[in-house]
Design a protein around this ligand. Structure first.
Ligand code: SAM
Length: 268
């Protein structure tokens, strides 16, 4: 296919990419026919997947607005995907043009697309990194140049920790990231769960693991430990649509069908 102007050189246009599939699910424009075909196949196995992804992206927007209004002007967004519709720098810089954002993703395709999107934005950058390797992220030149850990910062871990298997020690990695943050900092986490999911959805999820990256579903108590000893803000760790909805109608009748928990905590 012909390379659209937004697609970076060196990207294989004939292979689907998990980041572009996510971009399609959340209503972005950075995806190809091949990505949409895979998205439709995933949707056949797990019909609630699109709802979960949109609920996750909506929570991201609400959390970034909340954080910017609380005076946070720097964000470390881990597992950022393609920063397309309603991305962190767009939402934050609309409220505070001085807001700084560093995006981190393990997928080189997401990083290449992000670099193209962020060109010309001196206050936002993207790096290739693994959330399970926090020290290399903290030492990256883009991070040390744009972010000041002596001041309050927001660490965003939205829809990413369920991609980190137990053997990569996600709790220790998050604890390391939170340890270096100044008091007054925040961490936002969303994580897929098996809690409250009907057996057929869980079965379908196993099947979808064959076509996309495997997800580790964790229970609420385990996800709560990722907030370390920081103070969870109201309403706590809840199904995604229940986290500070802007309109009660957005919650729907079955918020648990989002299949994921989300929460925001502050370092006192
Ligand atoms: C579902 S998307 C979430 C995007 C965005 N954070 C959001 O909430 O809208 C998950 C992203 O995490 C990235 N990812 C998966 N494992 C990762 C890891 N170990 N370190 C960094 N990023 C990772 C994937 O490449 C993907 O882009």
């Amino acid at each position: 296919m012909t390379r659209p102007s937004w697609a970076p050189e060196g990207i294989d246009l004939d292979r689907p990419s998990a980041s572009r599939v996510y971009d399609y699910f959340v209503g972005g424009m950075h995806n190809f026919e091949i990505d949409r075909e895979l998205a439709q196949m995933i949707e056949k196995f797990t019909p609630n997947v699109a709802e979960t992804m949109r609920a996750n992206r909506d929570l991201l927007r609400r959390a970034v607005r909340f954080l910017t209004d609380a005076g946070i002007d720097q964000f470390l967004d881990l597992g950022s995907g393609i920063p397309t519709v309603g991305n962190v720098h767009e939402v934050a810089q609309a409220r505070n043009p001085e807001a700084r954002v560093v995006y981190v993703d393990i997928d080189p395709v997401a990083v290449a697309h992000s670099q193209a999107i962020l060109e010309g934005n001196p206050l936002a950058a993207v790096i290739h990194g693994d959330v399970a390797q926090p020290d290399s992220i903290l030492a990256a030149p883009e991070v040390t140049k744009l972010l000041d850990f002596d001041r309050p910062i927001a660490v965003l871990l939205l829809g990413v920790l369920h991609f980190v298997p137990d053997e990569s020690a996600p709790a220790a990695a998050v604890a390391r990231l939170l340890e270096v943050c100044a008091p007054g900092s925040y961490v936002a986490i969303t994580h897929a769960t098996s809690d409250g999911q009907p057996a057929e959805v869980l079965e379908a999820q196993k099947l979808s693991g064959r076509t996309s990256t495997e997800i580790v579903l964790r229970g609420k108590d385990e996800i709560a430990t990722y907030f370390y000893d920081w103070t969870l803000l109201e309403p706590g760790l809840v199904h995604l649509p229940l986290w500070r909805p802007e309109d009660p109608a957005d919650v729907g009748e079955h918020p648990e069908s989002s299949g994921a928990y989300g929460g925001l905590a502050r370092k006192d």
